[in-house]
Design a protein around this ligand. Structure first.
Ligand code: BES
Ligand code: MN
Ligand code: ZN
Length: 502
């Protein structure tokens, strides 16, 4: 079945960052690729034909524990190659993310078994998923499946080069090339996203962004403490006050092809470590708060995808990077600060720091007269209570924008669930002493009241959506398709959404 090779994708990350893999055309055949086969329960999703193969597989399945469950993988020999069976679970529970994860799980298991050349059929028998979407999801998932975070492992071995072949007749090449570009972008940001607080202060994020921008034809501007003070960005500065690390506002621009078009602005919370500040978090699990930069990491990744895909729409990415620490200069509970748009904020809890940073970033975003603003943030523990690690919350002031984001997320395999943004929540964020408080009076609806606070920094008339990704940005334990650590949730759906608008 791999006789009509039409495309090879090198899915391996190597030390040569940003040139992680490339297309080979004509492909270099090795004849021995491991063949990845998707299953929905006991049903294989191979397209028509392949009868010998299908017969062999059904023989194997008779006395096998492999049931095609989501995350389940089984490797078996067939003639001169290996078959990697990978499960999507039952059809009724399917969403696109499971396809990407199944491809990732297959490659992750394969890599562990020493396999480094893979083939996937270019077609799949899967209702509701177009051929192009299938190729994008499977190709991107396979890339991501090769990733390991070894920066701090003294005994790390150099991973061998990994290649993926799309077998069979490929109609167009775009989807596979897109998969490769997006996969490369994910791999490129992964190490940065996984770095602990000591290794990735705001200055490190800024220099990384600068280099990435240069390599991908983006412009990059960094605002340090002096520029931020001059602009009146009292939100981000108040968060960084207790830290020895300077705050940085990082602004990346993708020019697009239409200079008259209004830009889209993507804003990312980039708290390099969130101790809570003076409102100190409990010690247990505090190490996790290295992940509080993951909104920014998703934006960095999406900007890279958008640049590599050469999308027409102008896109600006803004990362508000700061460390939240309880130093002697730290902001105190009760302190009143002033954000970029002039509104004053009573800081009742220094652990509600993300919204202070976003307040400034959203104000700067609004100055660009954008067509839309989307912000991503690991903003509230409450979203984990509401949705767990199954979906991110989306809230905003424009139902069309929200609908488009939800549908881009469905295509990209990243689920969003809308929460309401009633004016009750806005009223809940008023302060007795300033325009706003950073903590709700009632204590309920943590995710929605945070969003209501953010809304105060977006001028009316600008479509805006907020994605609370606190439950989605990080795996606490390894999954079949990826190790513990940053998921870069949000990047895939942002790239899809911008590309849908093109
Ligand atoms: N980065 C956290 C959000 C968070 C908390 C993510 C717990 C995952 C687990 C954010 O800065 C924060 O601390 N939020 C507070 C807000 C509260 C003080 C209003 C929270 O959710 O507890
Ligand atoms: Mn916090
Ligand atoms: Zn935080």
């Amino acid at each position: 079945m791999v006789d009509q090779q039409t495309h090879t994708q090198n899915v391996q990350k190597d030390s040569n960052k940003n040139e992680n893999f490339s297309l080979h055309d004509p492909p270099h055949r090795t004849k021995k690729e491991a063949l990845i086969i998707f299953f929905q329960g006991s049903e294989n999703l191979l397209p028509a034909g392949h009868s010998a193969l299908k017969k062999q597989i059904s023989e194997f399945l008779k006395n096998s524990a492999f049931k095609g469950q989501a995350g389940q993988v089984s490797i078996l020999p067939f003639k001169d190659r290996q078959l990697i069976l990978t499960g999507l679970g039952e059809a009724k529970n399917f969403y696109n993310g499971l396809l990407e994860q199944a491809a990732g799980a297959a490659v992750r298991s394969g890599c562990a078994a020493g396999i480094n050349t893979y083939a996937i059929d270019a077609q799949i028998k899967l209702k509701g998923v177009s051929e192009a979407d299938y190729q994008l999801l499977a190709g991107r998932g396979a890339c991501w499946g090769t990733y390991t975070f070894t920066t701090f492992k003294s005994d790390a071995k150099k991973t061998p080069k990994t290649t993926l072949v799309f077998a069979g007749v490929v109609k167009g090449r775009t989807a596979i090339q897109t998969a490769e570009k997006q996969g490369a972008s994910l791999l490129s940001t992964a190490d940065l996203a996984n770095l602990p607080g000591n290794a990735a202060p705001p200055a490190k994020i800024a220099s990384w962004a600068k280099k990435m921008a240069k390599e991908n034809g983006l412009s990059c501007q960094i605002l340090g403490p002096a520029e931020l003070a001059k602009k009146g960005c009292g939100g981000i500065l108040s968060v960084a006050e207790g830290s020895a690390q300077d705050a940085k506002m990082i602004i990346l621009k993708h020019a697009g092809t239409d200079p008259k078009a209004k830009p889209i602005v993507l804003v990312g919370k980039t708290v390099t470590f969130d101790s809570g500040g003076i409102s100190l978090k409990p010690g247990k699990g505090m190490d996790w708060m290295r992940y509080d930069k993951c909104g920014g990491m998703a934006v960095l990744t999406a900007m890279q995808m958008i640049a590599r895909m050469n999308l027409k729409t102008p896109v600006v990415g803004i990362l508000g990077a700061a460390e939240n620490m309880p130093g002697s200069k730290a902001t105190r509970p009760g302190d009143i600060i002033k954000a970029y748009n002039g509104k004053t904020i009573e800081v009742l809890n220094t652990d509600a720091e993300g919204r202070l940073i976003l307040a400034d970033a959203l104000g700067l975003a609004a100055d660009l007269k954008p067509a839309a603003i989307v912000d991503l943030a690991t903003l509230t523990g409450a979203v984990i209570v509401a949705l767990g690690s199954s979906a991110a919350a989306v809230l905003g002031n424009d139902d069309r924008l929200i609908g488009n984001l939800i549908s881009a997320g469905a295509t990209a395999g990243e689920r969003l669930w809308q929460l309401p943004l009633y004016t009750d929540y806005t009223n809940d964020m008023k302060s007795d002493f300033a325009d706003l408080a950073n903590l709700s009076k009632s204590g309920g609806a943590g995710t929605a009241t945070a969003a209501a606070f953010l809304q105060e920094f977006v001028p009316e008339g600008i479509p805006w959506a907020h994605l609370d990704i606190a439950g989605m940005a990080w795996y606490q334990s390894p999954k079949p398709h990826q190790a513990a650590g940053a998921t870069l949730f949000g990047a895939r759906l942002l790239a899809q959404w911008v590309s849908d608008r093109d």
